[in-house]
Design a protein around this ligand. Structure first.
Ligand SMILES: *Cc1c(COP(=O)(O)O)cnc(C)c1O
Length: 383
């Protein structure tokens, strides 16, 4: 069952795209963990399920919700964001040339470096907010894919997706966008011309820091899509049924969570920008941010729940500040209900674009005044 055409994202989310349990009328879909499904006497599988590595009813429901949110024809759910992202990259012909951002999720940057060293892909890293540099780095007829992330971890560089889609198309490449940070509530890359959208649903979509999941949203047909589907099946990268069930539940509250997170992040960014111990606040919602004008045009309804602060005194002062918070949790990841603080340069290593004094903040659902007071206290104590 699905919802009337044209309903808005909050409605799709709250009602999990209208999913009910057909057998009982339960408003919550049942969790079907079976790895194998009964074949009809004439050897067909008319119910549409044969083996758990291919599909699962709850996994399909998750895919329907995310495809509807992104305005895509279809989605494929994977066991993690990295499983989804690497499946896209490995669906390209071996040795394909691709372009990736200089500032991006570091786990994927590390994977790209290693894949390039092994000859799996050829990759150039480029500043996505410099369209001339992107144009110069694209090799028409050779570059197969342009990878984008916006706002990008951990300095929140904003990339113009419509312009990138145009450049990619002119060079014969596809544009794939990691939409984990804004979520489809703030940015819908397919409407801006992207070919594929990738998610770590581990983050905002689920929002409760209790499962790993990833998705690719796209055309649902064509050579690349079929390769992706085959790869997920053959390599066993599909999302587990229990994780899918939890994710469906987590997504129901995405709209209210994200609204609160955007509001609190804006509040914190504005207040922290005036703090004497802070050199700079990086948040696309601040007019002082390099990508603000573009973000205001491209992002709808908020600038996201992620920001970074540059603490005066570099790495030592930043680590000392993170050591003195009581409320914020010192932990990696983002997009959960609890606020997280992290010194990115120590995680990302020497080739990180994160300045040494940078602390990345993932704003949760706590009262923003409590969050601000805790950080201010930590900044003072770290002096
Ligand atoms: C976490 C993250 C990923 C990787 O996702 P996992 O679910 O941890 O595998 C990819 N992109 C971004 C932007 C992320 O934050």
């Amino acid at each position: 069952m699905s919802l009337p055409a044209g309903v808005r994202p909050a409605t799709i989310l709250a009602q999990a795209d209208g999913t009910i349990d057909e057998a009982t009328g339960g408003l919550v879909p049942s969790l079907q963990p079976s790895t194998t499904f009964l074949r009809d006497p004439d050897n067909h599988y008319r119910r549409g399920f044969d083996y758990g590595r291919d599909a699962n009813p709850v996994v399909r429901e998750v895919e329907a919700v995310v495809a509807a949110l992104e305005g895509g024809r279809a989605a494929l759910a994977f066991a993690s964001g990295m499983a989804a992202a690497t499946a896209v990259l490995r669906s390209l012909p071996p040795g394909s040339h691709l372009l990736a951002p200089k500032v991006m999720y570091w786990g994927l940057r590390k994977w790209l470096r290693e894949a390039a060293a092994r000859g799996l892909v050829a990759v150039d890293f480029v500043a996505l907010d410099d369209l001339d540099a992107v144009r110069a780095a694209l090799r028409p007829g050779t570059t197969k894919l342009l990878w984008a992330e916006t706002p990008a971890n951990p300095t929140w560089v904003v990339a113009d997706l419509s312009a990138l889609a145009e450049l990619a198309r002119a060079a014969g490449a596809i544009l794939a966008v990691d939409n984990t940070v804004p979520t489809p509530l703030l940015t819908r890359p397919l409407e801006l011309g992207a070919d594929l959208v990738v998610h770590s649903a581990t983050k905002y979509l689920n929002g409760h820091s209790d499962l790993l999941a990833g998705l690719v949203v796209g055309p649902g047909e064509g050579e690349l899509w079929e390769r992706l589907r085959t790869l997920r099946h053959d390599e066993g990268a599909i999302l587990g049924a229990f994780e899918a069930w939890l994710l469906l539940r987590g997504m129901r509250t995405l709209e209210v969570r994200l609204q609160r997170q955007c509001g609190s992040a804006m509040h914190l960014a504005a207040a922290l920008e005036r703090h004497p111990r802070i050199e700079r606040v990086l948040y696309p919602g601040l007019p002082t941010h390099r990508g603000h004008t573009l973000a205001a045009r491209q992002m709808r309804g908020g600038f996201g729940g992620m920001l970074s602060i540059l603490v005066r005194g570099g790495a030592e002062a930043a680590i000392a500040t993170a050591a003195r918070v009581d409320l914020w949790k010192r932990a990696t990841s983002l997009g959960g209900v609890e606020s997280l603080i992290e010194h990115r340069a120590s995680i990302e290593g020497p080739d990180s674009p994160a300045p040494p004094g940078l602390l990345r903040l993932s704003v949760g659902l706590e009262d923003p005044s409590d969050l601000l007071a805790d950080l201010e206290r930590a900044l003072d104590r770290a002096r």
